[in-house]
Structure formats: structure tokens, C-alpha cells
Design a binder for this molecule. Structure first.
Ligand code: GLN
Length: 484
């Protein structure tokens, strides 16, 4: 049953051929057998999962369920789950029991999902390889000596290894799309503001967005539907109506104009990645889309701008972890300053400390104008590039990442090399645009991701295009689990 997509499982649940309790038991058995090699789950909550499955079956029996009722998923451990440990991958929150649910968790619960557990992640969502987790790194299910990507690496590994039907993730600079690409699954980061950030532990508030990771675009549409919507508890939550994402999946893509930025194919792109993406674009052209070469002239400035803005916001957001209000508290403090210093020194890992230092520096008097303000100005230039491009095209397409999954340990001592992984993903966050990654082939036996970016609020266009691509290709159906 694990080889079925979420939509296929939903059909079996609706017809009564499959019970949620059976599906949940099936996944729990797989997790028991396979998770120790992958380390994709930080926490598995068997009792709650079984209880929720029984409730879902009762709902289905009465004909009251929706397409997600009884579907087992994992939540990235950045989403607060009431009465269940929420760690954000950090020692700081090693024993934090959230007193409330994130809005995303509540909304998916209302839709009837069953939460199997919490997915591993880079500490406070900072990373591109899932090697920054206090709970250990995660293996890529395709090749265990490779990283799954980050920071939602646990979520992507869980979907690829079929240890849940789908998972939630968050994306500040690529953390849904990049791991989706590395693990050969589909993931979408919606428009900034589409998904509530309430109860989603903050990293960089002007960039953070939640979204789903699943096998197919069709599955993502079902999950995103339940996750989106205005939330009065998030002041940046969008008031725009949420369309029916599934309704337009089969729209004809004939005449759809796809912009292919020349900059995406110039910058140190792995040959196998370039080949797979170009083949996918040719496939879309055959399906009726029109390819157009475009330019995003400020693409080269995205990484430097992102790595000023994200740490600046992080340094501010993470000031709440002071040993008093939340999280880890040092033993026997001498005085208040000692309590702050040692609680933070012991609770945070090295990458988080690096970001706090960079961010505090960039925001400090005398440097603010030179770094933070400048980065915000660059952000506007990047956004202007997209605005110009979208006058001529409907969607922008290219590789999600410059390479396929790299080896574990390969870049962990070189932060700059690590940051360059986010070359093609951070621009969508800087501009608040929706972005999707879908599997489009392999390079040296590892999955390649095709990234699609659309104008604000046009998630439906991305899902439609990805679904059409998945109707004429089968990369999304390839799976590393055949021999597990
Ligand atoms: N890899 C990027 C970073 O380390 C993006 C992380 C994210 O999207 N959460 O900041």
C-alpha cells in the first residue's frame, strides 16, 4: 500500500476497500524497520496515530470524510504540536512540549489526517543538507551516503522512502524544493502569506512559508488546499481567496509561456542536471507549452542578499531563546548574564550561532546601512526582475539545484559551498513567489528536480503544469524502496 500515491490511497479509503488503521499500522511497521537507517523521524507517536486512525475510519464510515481523511503524514518538527515534543531540530528545544497546535497542524487535523510523527530537520531550519540537526543527520533514501537536502530533509526522506503518504515542510530559502529535488519527490512553496506561520517556529519571518511534500503534484494540491487560508493569528496571512487547486490540474497547457532564464544554465550547473532539465522542458514543449529564453539580470545577487537578510531576521527571532522564556536553561547560573550566555551557548549548534553572529553584525549601528539596507535594496531589484519577466511569460522554469545530492560530510566544513546550493531557490523567497520542484530525471543515479516559479498567488498554475508533466513522464513514480 505504501507504493500508492496519496490520491490513490484516498480513493481506497473513500470506497472502504482500505481502512486508515490498516494503512497507519502498515507505515508504523515500515518506520520500525527502516527509520533507524535513515533517521528521518525525530519522534513517532504510535498511540496518537492509531487513535486518530480510528476516528478517521469512523468519519469515513459515516461518509463525512474528505480526501485527506485517514491519510498518514509526518510534520516537520518546526510545527508546534499540542502536548507533543516540538524540537525544531535543536538542543534548545529538546524537551519543549508545545501548548498549542500550529494553524497548519489544526487545519490538516480538521481535514482528518493522521500524524505519524515529527520529521527531522536542520536546526531552526538553517541548512541545505540536514547535517545541522541536534538529532543527527538524515540519509538520502536513494544512496545512504548522500544528504537528503535541507532543511526539510527528514520530510523529503520520509516521502521518498514511503514512511508516510506525505509530509509538511517549510521553505525560507529553498527548504521544501531543494530536499524534494534531492530525494525525487514533489514539493511546493506557496506564495508568501498563503499558509499561516502561526505555530511554525520562526527563522526569517519575511521569507518563511509552509507547504507540502508528496509523491505527485496531484497529492500536493490536496494537501495545499487544506493548509492554505487566512489566519487572523498571523498578521502577514493573505486575504486572497484560495482557489480549488485540484480543479485545474487537467487544464490544457497549450500556449502556456515558459520562461527559461539564461542565468540558470550558466552557473556551475552539473551536466547531468542540465540535461535532465532540458529534456523535461522539451517534453513540456511537446505538450503545447511555448519556451522563451529570458534574463533575470540580478540572479547573481540573490545568495549574498539572502545570507544577510535571513541571518538578520534569525538573530532577532532567536533572541527569545534566553533560558528564561523558552527552552534549554543552563544549570547553576552565577547571575543573569551567565544564564543567558551559557543557556544559548549550550542550546544552539554551530550553524545557528554563525547565523546569529552574522545577523547581529549586519543589523548593528554603523553596519545596518552597508549590509541590511543594501540587501533589502537588492531584494527589490530581484523582485523587479521577476515582475519584468512575468510580463512576457506565465511560468519560469529551470533546475531546482545546481547539483544532485552531495555526499554527507562533503560541504559541512565549508559554509559558503553549502550556501551555494540555494542558488536557484532563494529568489522565490526574496520575492514572495510560489515555487515548485518536481522530479525530472536522474544524474549519476540520483534524482534531479525541475523548478517552476509563478507570479504571486498562481500556485494553481504550477500544480497544473507539474501535473501535466507528470501525466507524460514517470520520474515521480521511480522510487528507492524497491529493495527495502
Ligand atoms: N538552505 C537555506 C538556509 O540554510 C534555506 C533554509 C530554509 O529554506 N529553511 O538558510
Amino acid at each position: 500500500m505504501h507504493d500508492k500515491t496519496l490520491a490513490q490511497q484516498a480513493a481506497l479509503l473513500a470506497s472502504g476497500e482500505l481502512k486508515s488503521v490498516e494503512l497507519v499500522d502498515h507505515y508504523l511497521t515500515r518506520i520500525e524497520r527502516l527509520n533507524s537507517n535513515l533517521n528521518a523521524y525525530i519522534l513517532v507517536d504510535e498511540d496518537r496515530a492509531r487513535e486518530a486512525a480510528v476516528a478517521a475510519d469512523a468519519r469515513l464510515q459515516k461518509g463525512e470524510g474528505g480526501p485527506l481523511t485517514g491519510i498518514p503524514i509526518a510534520h516537520k518538527d518546526i510545527f508546534c504540536t499540542k502536548d507533543v515534543r516540538t524540537t525544531c531540530g535543536s538542543r534548545m528545544l529538546e524537551n519543549f512540549i508545545a501548548p498549542y497546535n500550529a494553524t497548519v497542524v489544526d487545519k490538516l487535523n480538521d481535514a482528518g489526517v493522521v500524524t505519524l510523527g515529527k520529521a527531522n530537520m536542520d536546526e531552526f531550519a538553517m541548512g541545505s543538507s540536514n547535517e545541522n540537526s541536534f538529532f543527527g543527520s538524515v540519509a538520502n533514501p536513494w544512496q545512504h551516503d548522500r544528504v537528503p537536502g535541507g532543511s526539510s530533509g527528514g520530510s523529503a526522506a520520509i516521502v521518498a522512502a514511503q514512511l508516510a503518504s506525505a509530509a509538511t515542510g517549510t521553505d525560507t530559502g529553498g527548504s521544501i524544493r531543494q530536499p524534494a529535488a534531492f530525494c525525487g519527490v514533489t514539493g511546493i512553496k506557496p506564495t508568501y502569506g498563503r499558509v499561516s506561520r502561526y505555530g511554525m517556529i520562526a527563522f526569517a519571518s519575511s521569507l518563511d512559508q509552509g507547504g507540502p511534500l508528496a509523491r505527485t503534484a496531484e497529492d500536493c494540491a490536496l494537501l495545499l488546499q487544506a493548509m492554505c487560508g487566512h489566519d487572523p493569528r498571523d498578521s502577514t496571512s493573505s486575504l486572497t481567496d484560495v482557489p480549488d487547486f485540484s480543479a485545474t490540474l487537467n487544464d490544457d497547457i497549450k500556449g502556456l509561456r515558459i520562461g527559461v532564464p539564461e542565468e540558470y544554465f550558466a552557473q556551475g550547473l552539473e551536466a547531468g542536471v542540465a540535461d535532465a532539465v532540458k529534456t523535461a522542458l522539451a517534453e513540456l514543449e511537446r505538450a503545447g507549452a511555448i519556451l522563451k529564453s529570458i534574463s533575470l539580470p540580478n540572479q547573481g545577487l540573490c545568495i549574498p542578499a539572502y545570507y544577510v537578510i535571513a541571518p538578520a531576521e534569525a538573530s532577532s527571532n532567536l533572541s527569545r531563546f534566553d533560558g528564561v522564556r523558552f527552552g534549554h536553561r543552563a544549570e547553576n547560573p552565577q547571575d543573569l548574564e551567565d544564564l543567558y550566555k551559557r543557556s544559548r551557548g549550550e542550546g544552539f549548534g554551530p550553524e545557528v550561532k554563525r547565523r546569529i553572529l552574522i545577523g547581529a553584525y549586519a543589523l548593528s549601528a554603523g553596519y545596518y546601512d552597508a549590509y541590511y539596507r543594501k540587501a533589502q535594496q537588492v531584494r527589490q531589484l530581484v523582485t523587479n526582475d521577476f515582475t519584468e519577466a512575468f510580463k512576457e511569460v506565465d511560468v519560469i522554469a529551470g533546475p531546482t539545484t545546481p547539483t544532485t545530492a552531495f555526499s554527507r560530510g562533503e560541504k559541512s566544513s565549508d559554509p559558503t559551498a553549502m550556501y551555494l546550493n540555494d542558488l536557484f531557490t532563494v529568489s522565490a523567497n526574496l520575492s514572495g513567489l510560489p515555487g515548485l520542484s518536481a522530479p525530472c530525471g536522474f544524474s549519476n543515479g540520483l534524482p534531479v528536480g525541475l523548478q517552476l516559479i509563478a507570479p504571486v498567488n498562481e500556485e494553481a498554475r504550477l500544480l497544473n503544469l507539474a501535473h501535466q508533466y507528470q501525466s507524460v513522464s514517470d520520474w515521480h513514480l521511480q522510487s528507492p524502496v524497491a529493495n527495502d
